[in-house]
Ligand binder design. Structure first.
Ligand code: CO
Length: 501
């Protein structure tokens, strides 16, 4: 959360903006094939399925969309078994995707700035929003969901990626209900020091839903291993809240209510997307909202210096339960585009970089202390699944090649929060990344025994590579060359089940 004013300009050789832009070409094709082009060897112990979601189309019928977050969700599935890998991608067959593909033009306004042709008049009072199912893909209780935070999930067949339809989760959700895209999986009774991934049977899928307004209602849902609802409770907080992600500990769900205001008038009048009507008020504090997981008490609110957060890495409690620590990627303003600005022409230097911060919350004294763990521009943190909600030592995060300023993510950074050690896997000047995912070695004995998987855009080939690195030293294990490019994505997950082959 430093001022960028005094920062030097980047040396020009970190990346080319033209290379970066081509990673946002639409990918209308759907493919299924064994990946034969592979540098290195896929570890035999790496067994399971990587699912990843993100915008597949950045235009509709040649008409560009206004922001990549408005692009139709496309799922990639990469299945690993016996040292081989199989690739498949499919679009989520949402109502909006099907209607727009048939019409060959944009029919819906996007939350982040996509407007129908015809200027503000054509968009006036059109508040109909498309559930684009493009943010995350998670498997739980025999269901694969494409998640988008403002509406119900789409259920998919985990083998074929066929869209089954909107899922009410056995009546849990009513039509139009929100279900966040960032569920957390509580690993259950994992003993400290045990990093092998044997299922314990008491894992929980913890998610939330936000109903914004003058006051904001946050509903917490917990599902057991079979997908059955085990708890649901709702809490109201004053003011508008933009809550994309949260973190959990055994006792708490933790949200950051960023000091943002929402002025809906330009959205209602058709001049801006809803996401462009949000602004950060840097004079107001950020509020940490701690909601008890058991729903027995009302929520606890702690004030701290203003910042904006999309993603949290992890949270954990002290042994006496009196302190909660959370690591989060913070921005010192809300990164947004002006209406009419082409996102491909964005000047990275003018936007704030994400930086990793640690917040130590004293629940007795109601105080929050914060410090920056990593100033290098970074986003999309990941960690060992058995560390979720517990004290972690290692984080893996997408990072810029340049140690300073804002830039595209072109590296994987491993951070040892205990010693402060850093390791960097650099994709090179023509490689672009996103969310790295840590996948544990099933027989692993240490927290970093496993691999980090990253789907990259390789501008050299105008195609994507799936990069596998050793999580202990970030050395390259294998680079799998896909036959086509996949536009930059958002979130994904790995499950040990073998699907789709
Ligand atoms: Co996210």
């Amino acid at each position: 959360m430093q001022s960028l004013e005094a920062k030097p300009q980047h040396p020009p050789d970190y990346y080319s903006q033209l290379d970066w832009q081509r990673g946002y070409d639409s990918q209308p094709g759907e493919f299924a094939y064994w990946i034969d082009d592979c540098e290195g060897e896929i570890p035999a112990a790496l067994t399971g399925t990587l699912f990843r979601n993100g915008p597949g189309l950045l235009d509709v019928g040649g008409e560009p969309i206004g922001h990549p977050f408005d692009g139709d969700g496309m799922i990639c599935q990469i299945t690993f078994q016996n040292g081989r890998a199989h690739f498949r991608n499919r679009f989520v067959q949402t109502e909006g995707y099907l209607a727009e593909q048939q019409a060959g033009k944009i029919l819906y306004r996007g939350v982040f700035g996509t407007q129908k042709a015809g200027g503000w008049l054509a968009n006036l009072l059109d508040l109909k929003i498309k559930n684009i199912a493009n943010t995350h893909v998670m498997y739980w209780g025999d269901r694969l969901w494409a998640l988008w935070e403002a509406a119900e999930p789409h259920r998919l067949d985990p083998h074929s990626l066929d869209t089954i339809g909107l899922d009410s989760i056995d009546g849990l959700l009513q039509p139009g209900d929100a279900f966040a895209a960032h569920a957390r999986i509580d690993p259950g009774s994992v003993e400290t020091g045990r990093w092998a991934t044997t299922p314990t049977g008491d894992r929980r899928f913890v998610n939330f839903a936000v109903k914004p307004g003058l006051s904001t209602t946050i509903t917490i849902f917990e599902l057991d291993e079979t997908g059955k609802l085990v708890s649901r409770h709702a809490h109201s907080v004053p003011g508008f809240a933009f809550l994309h992600d949260f973190a959990i500990t055994p006792n708490w769900c933790i949200f950051f209510q960023n000091p943002v205001s929402f002025n809906p008038l330009p959205f209602v009048l058709g001049m801006k997307g809803a996401g462009q009507c949000i602004s950060l008020d840097a004079k107001q504090p950020t509020r940490a909202l701690l909601i008890p997981r058991d729903g027995s008490r009302s929520l606890k609110v702690l004030e701290m210096p203003p910042c904006f957060v999309f993603h949290h890495a992890n949270a954990f409690e002290s042994a006496d339960g009196q302190q909660v620590t959370i690591d989060s990627v913070c921005y010192d303003s809300f990164p947004t585009l002006e209406p009419g600005q082409d996102f491909r022409a964005v000047d990275f230097e003018r936007l704030p970089p994400g930086q990793l911060w640690r917040f130590e919350m004293d629940l007795v004294g109601d105080r929050v202390e914060s410090r920056c763990l990593e100033t290098r521009c970074c986003e999309f943190p990941s960690l060992h699944p058995n560390a979720v909600g517990h004290q972690h030592r290692y984080l893996y995060i997408g990072a810029a090649r340049s140690p300073e300023g804002n830039a595209p993510l072109q590296a994987i950074l491993k951070i040892d929060v205990q010693t402060g050690d850093r390791q960097l896997f650099d994709l090179g000047v023509r490689g672009f990344g996103g969310e790295p995912l840590f996948v544990p070695n099933p027989t692993g004995q240490t927290e970093d025994d496993g691999w980090v998987l990253l789907l990259t855009y390789n501008a050299e080939r105008h195609a994507s590579d799936l990069v596998i690195v050793d999580a202990q030293d970030l050395s390259l294990v294998a680079r799998l060359q896909l036959k086509q490019h996949i536009p930059y994505g958002l979130h994904g997950s790995f499950v040990p089940q073998v699907f789709g082959i």
